[in-house]
Ligand binder design. Structure first.
Ligand code: ADP
Ligand code: MG
Length: 824
């Protein structure tokens, strides 16, 4: 069945993680959702959680191991500060050196030491062989068993990535060792004919005889190029693999297949680099004058990226692989010097593809899988320019693609830890775009972190370790793990059915070798196909499936039903989206309306406040102006100066202005007028002072006058004092006489009482006499004896009393102070 265009569109992958879920063969274990990352950045005090670590590995997380580079003798002298120390075989403790940026930025000293845990840690004394045994053996075994594997190195420049990846002439790195192990494992089972070639991502093509010839000549020419390199290095190429190991691997292979006699392996390699966001084939011959041909990245239907037009070379032993590696490295170094790049580094990717072929008469490919080994460029912060004494710490310490790789790893981790889907920026760099397939489940990912112990590289090392801690949390589903005894076609059918249509299990037995052909590319369709007509027919024959009509109809119905379900699901999704969008819009509209209201209120309040303030200012100003006018008027009146005439019009001016809005210009004008008035007044005052003559003379005259007046005043004061004294004396005398008078009055009163008594007695006697002799009183006084004398005495007393009263009256008129007794 050929796929319809609709199907293709539906299955076409998107780079938005939410649209295209990961291909999963098993259930996803999300135990570590909301996992606390603090364990990765834990302090020394917090113990490592081994059980958690081992469970992480079993779940298919990115496996990260650490290799610490030994010091060079020069470094040991200058850089040794014990920054990195091994705690056990899985964790290291990082201690900042003196003058470290991170030491300065840490708030507490307790946070200075940090512990990082890995799948395994390899100390500085680790040999290449030990490292390979500890890390690479497993992925190479998995690769031979049909899984896809990606191994990449990560670290700052000069941390030992290339050393780990390639090794030296004397001590081979992981790549040559892996190739050695591979060929030793498939010894005697090599498929040497070049008629089947890997194509696109996990595809293959059958070549015609002409194409085989062409392919052979290309290989020969490439190997010709490597001859020189090979000649130099062949004697040194030692990558010994234990015969025990090989047997172990072979056992694995044999036990997993029952058709061991017919099983063959065709091994193909490619080597390319990503330099300045361009792909370059490192196996192609280079001409000095021609510009290097850039390759493009394409994508197959499953979203697996592959480099289009990349040169794949079939190899028959590990030596050939090593020769190709050397050739590629030579091209890489030539290119970097030719291009005169400041950063003469690039990411180099060496890929091995193995086609498992059942060769019983007509060869049949049952599996295509790959092992990618990437030597990533390191950050450039710690430059190798120490010879010149230059140890600049560049600010942009991680180059763009590494930064994007970090972003992708972070986004992947976030996606897995929360339900929120996040865009993973795979397409932002060529490296991540290429690696995208692995992060989406193409196969297990291994990361080799290289660090140096140098104190000067501490900050970068810390960043690298932090990044690797995050990377360890990323779950990568390995969909390449499949039973061995199934044919490739069966496997592909299972995968596509399970992942895309969710068909019942029993249908998985139908041969549907679609994934090998249904490949679309990002770019325009390929101009030429390797597959000849003959090969295509052959292939078509192979893929023919015979099923009953009833089953066929059932399948058709099922497809129809699934289509309808998909459409309704899509509809529902769109409706939901619409609803959510509407709700959000409404909420926002509400929010904006509220904001508008708030702003309006605030605006009016501010306007009122401003108006009030300006009114108050105006009032104050008016008061000031009025006060000034009044003062000026008064002064003018007092001094009777001619300027008073000018006050009139000014007053008028202000009176006109008062109660109305005064413009600032008017105010300024009036102020000008005021100033001129003041000047005039000052001039007048000056004139007046001048008219007074010489001021010192006037002062002298005034002082003289003052002296005279003072003398007069003292004289008057003296006189006043004298008069006051006289008056006081008179007053004292008057007081004395008043006392005397008082005494006299008292005496008088007593005398009066006696007189009265005597008078009463006399009158009684008179009455008695009258009764005896009736005579006139005067006669009796003068003529008669004692009786007449008494009468005369009384009369005198009476007269005395009258005289005293007269004296009183006179004193009263004389004295200004009234005596209390005289009041009575
Ligand atoms: P990178 O690729 O990370 O920039 P290299 O692999 O070029 O770093 O290593 C820098 C230097 O350190 C090289 O001279 C290399 O030989 C040396 N080196 C790295 N790792 C080791 C090691 N484990 N043992 C001995 N020398 C090493
Ligand atoms: Mg390197």
């Amino acid at each position: 069945m050929e796929p319809t265009l609709d199907n293709v569109q539906i299955l076409r992958p998107s780079y938005i993680a939410s649209v295209e879920p990961l291909e999963r063969t098993g259930s996803v274990n999300v135990e570590d959702i909301k996992a606390d990352l603090s364990a990765d950045f834990s302090l020394v005090s917090s113990s490592s959680d081994r059980s958690q670590r081992s469970s992480l590995e079993s779940k298919g997380h990115i496996e990260v191991c650490l290799r610490i580079r030994p010091f060079t003798s020069l470094e040991r002298e200058n850089e040794f500060q014990g920054c990195i120390s091994l705690e056990d075989s899985r964790s290291v403790i990082l201690k900042p050196p003196k003058n470290s940026l991170s030491r300065l930025s840490e708030k507490t000293s307790g946070q200075m030491m940090q512990k990082f845990t890995f799948s395994r840690v390899f100390g500085p004394e680790t040999t290449q062989e030990e490292f390979f045994e500890g890390t690479m053996k497993q992925p190479v075994q998995d690769f031979l068993n049909g899984c896809n594997r990606l191994i990449f190195t990560y670290g700052v420049t000069n941390a030992g990535k290339t050393y780990t990846f390639q090794g030296t002439e004397d001590d081979a790195g992981t790549l040559p060792r892996a190739m050695d192990l591979l060929f030793k494992s498939i010894q005697g089972k090599l498929y040497t004919t070049m008629d089947i070639k890997p194509h696109r991502c996990r595809d293959y093509v059958k070549l015609t005889k002409d194409q085989v010839r062409e392919e052979t000549s290309i290989k020969n020419s490439i190997l010709e190029l490597t001859k020189e390199v090979d000649h130099q290095n062949s004697s040194n190429n030692k990558a010994p693999i234990d015969s025990e190991d090989v047997e172990e691997l072979l056992d694995l292979e044999q036990s997993s297949t029952t058709l061991k006699d017919y099983t063959k392996f065709s091994v193909w390699v490619s080597f390319f680099e990503i330099y300045n966001e361009c792909f370059y084939d490192l196996l192609l011959p280079m001409s000095n004058d021609k510009k290097r041909k850039t390759l493009r990245l394409a994508q197959d239907i499953k979203g697996c990226s592959y480099v289009k037009d990349l040169q794949w070379v079939q190899i028959s032993d590990s030596k050939e692989a090593f020769r190709l590696l050397k050739l590629g490295l030579k091209h890489q170094s030539i290119a970097s010097t030719k291009l005169n790049a400041t950063s003469s580094r690039s990411h180099s990717i060496f890929t091995v593809k193995v086609l498992k072929i059942e060769d019983s008469g007509t060869p049949r490919v049952t599996r295509v899988n790959e092992l990618s080994m990437c030597d990533l460029a390191g950050s450039e912060r710690y430059t190798k320019t120490r010879n010149e004494g230059d140890r600049l710490k560049e600010s942009g310490n991680i180059n763009n693609s590494l930064l994007i790789l970090g972003k992708c790893i972070n986004a992947l981790k976030n996606c897995q830890q929360s339900k929120l889907q996040q865009h993973i920026p795979f397409r932002e760099s060529k490296l991540t775009h290429f690696l995208q397939g692995f992060f989406r489940g193409k196969g297990k990912v291994y990361m080799v972190v290289n660090v140096s112990q140098c104190a000067s590289a501490y900050d970068e090392t810390l960043n690298v370790l932090k990044f690797s801690a995050v990377a360890q949390k990323v779950l990568v589903m390995d969909t390449s793990v499949l039973p061995q005894d199934q044919s490739f076609g069966q496997k592909a059918a299972k995968e596509s059915l399970r992942s895309h249509t969710k068909m019942p299990r029993k249908r998985a037995t139908i041969l549907w070798d679609r994934s090998l052909e249904d490949v679309i590319e990002d770019d325009e369709m390929e101009e030429q196909h390797y597959t000849s007509g003959e090969a295509a027919v052959q292939k078509h024959e192979e893929n023919k499936v015979l099923i009953g009509e009833e089953k066929y109809m059932m399948l058709l119905n099922l497809i129809e039903e699934l289509k309808n379900r998909l459409i309704t699901e899509k509809k529902n999704k769109l409706l939901l989206e619409l609803k959510v969008r509407e709700e959000v819009t409404q909420e926002f509209a509400k929010y904006f309306a509220e904001q508008e209201r708030d702003f309006k209120v605030r605006l009016s309040q501010e306007r009122e406040q401003l108006e009030e303030n300006s009114e108050r200012r105006l009032e104050i100003f008016k008061e000031l102006v009025n006060g000034y006018n009044k003062n000026a008027d008064e002064e003018n009146k007092l001094k009777d100066q001619p300027c008073s005439e000018q006050a009139g019009p000014l007053d008028k001016e202000y009176s006109i202005r008062s109660g109305t809005h005064i413009g600032f210009e008017g105010i300024i004008d009036s102020l000008h007028n005021d100033v001129t008035d003041l000047r005039k007044q000052a001039e007048e005052a000056h004139k007046y002072l001048v008219s007074l003559g010489v001021p010192q003379e006037a002062i002298g005259w005034l002082e003289e006058q003052l002296g005279k007046l003072t003398i007069e005043l003292t004289k008057t004061k003296e006189e006043l004092a004298k008069k006051t004294k006289d008056l006081e004396m008179q007053m004292a005398k008057l007081g004395e006489s008043a006392e005397q008078l008082k005494e006299a009055t008292e005496k008088m009163n007593t005398q009066n009482k006696r007189i009265q008594e005597l008078m009463d007695i006399v009158e009684q006697k008179d009455e008695q006499l009258k009764e005896e002799h009736i005579v006139s009183p005067e006669d009796t006084i003068y003529e008669g004896g004692d009786h007449g004398r008494i009468k005369f005495f009384i009369r005198n007393c009476f007269n005395n009393r009258l005289n005293i009263l007269r004296v009183y009256w006179r004193v009263d008129t004389l004295s200004p102070v009234r005596h209390p007794d005289r009041e009575r």
